[in-house]
Design a protein around this ligand. Structure first.
Ligand code: MTE
Length: 317
């Protein structure tokens, strides 16, 4: 007998509500001026970033599809969080200054032997696949995206972590000349994020090198970023240059800025509000809909087990 199970992210239409509020984390940084301005369309020609175009589009992994519409690129590519290039959502023109090729990834910390590898070499080694993922920003907007990349577990396997390694730390590039946002001294640059090794080993944890069937456009975090779709989007660090394996929990960019609002775990949960706004619903990019947010962003079946025994932790902030 075939039992059709309703997947976590399927939701009845009647639950959709209209957009009610505009949320912005910039309230936190009183005087932080938006640094990236200019024509949305000005950088469109540069959307196809450097990278081996012949590897795209990659074959879609049928285990990672969605029962909701993919967000059209014209919406997701013009509404980005990439504070290195400004705090407005239109970072596209400024992000075009990022030189993404060649790009070297450094693997260090508690590993058998630290090494560096070019992103193109890494891709050739591990291969690429396409996955359809949800993305839920802590600011209560969401999108559905066809990422191209490879499981983070493949990078962990290449790194050969030592027995004492418990966490993985991601570090974004640091270059004030290229990235005007990094001249803002009140942010704890460079951008860093972290996961436990158990989280990094979950099959959903993905290293992203492309989107919409082509190499990542700069504003999405070219040439290499993370996607951990059960967590708020800020956990998915962009334009990574270093991956370190550590024994201690790494302090992250947003924790450094405001630990009471942005913790280490940051798993999506509609029942746990951000201290300044509700997380119960989300605005779907490119639509006029607000829809209910789902625990673990709809991926609870795959990830809830990671948090057994950690009930005392602030898992959802
Ligand atoms: N990574 C870096 N280096 N800098 C950032 O500002 N913003 C984060 C995350 N990764 C950010 C980052 C946040 S808040 C979100 S919601 C996602 O990137 C946004 O990804 P997108 O612009 O591709 O939608």
């Amino acid at each position: 007998m075939v039992i059709k199970r309703k997947r976590g992210w399927e939701m009845p239409e009647h639950l959709a509500t209209s957009e009610a509020l505009f949320l912005n984390r910039r309230v936190l940084i009183g005087g932080a001026a938006g640094l990236a301005a200019g024509s949305l369309l000005g950088g469109r020609a540069a959307l196809a970033a450097a990278g081996d175009q012949t590897l795209y589009p990659a074959a879609q992994n049928p285990a990672y599809t969605l029962d909701r519409a993919i967000t059209p690129e014209r919406f997701s590519a013009d509404y980005n969080n990439f504070y290195e290039f400004g705090t407005s959502k239109t970072v596209l023109p400024a992000a075009n200054a990022l030189k993404t090729h060649p790009w070297t990834l450094k693997i260090d910390g508690l590993v058998e032997k630290p090494f560096e590898i070019g992103v193109d070499d890494l891709i050739r080694k591990v291969g690429l696949e396409e996955r359809l993922y949800r993305h839920r920003c802590v600011e209560a907007w969401s999108m559905a995206v066809p990422w191209t990349g490879f499981p983070l577990s493949k990078l962990v396997a290449l790194a050969k972590p030592a027995s004492g390694a418990k966490y993985i730390r991601f570090e974004t590039f640091m270059d004030k000349a290229m990235a005007p946002g990094q001249r803002a001294f009140f942010y704890p640059w460079p951008y860093t994020e972290g996961l436990t090794l158990a989280e990094a080993g979950n099959d959903l944890a993905f290293v992203v090198t492309g989107v919409y069937g082509k190499p990542l456009p700069n504003q999405f975090g070219a040439p290499i970023r993370i996607a951990v779709p059960w967590k708020y989007g800020f956990k998915s660090a962009k334009s990574i240059v270093k991956v370190s394996f550590t024994a201690d929990r790494p302090k992250t960019f947003w924790e450094g800025l405001q630990a009471s609002e942005y913790g280490f775990w940051a798993n999506v949960n509609p029942a746990v509000p951000h201290p300044r706004w509700s997380q119960a619903t989300e605005r779907v990019l490119g639509t006029d809909q607000r829809v209910p947010t789902l625990i673990y962003n709809g991926y609870g079946e795959q990830v809830a087990g990671l948090y057994k025994g950690l009930e005392g932790e602030r898992l959802f902030l």
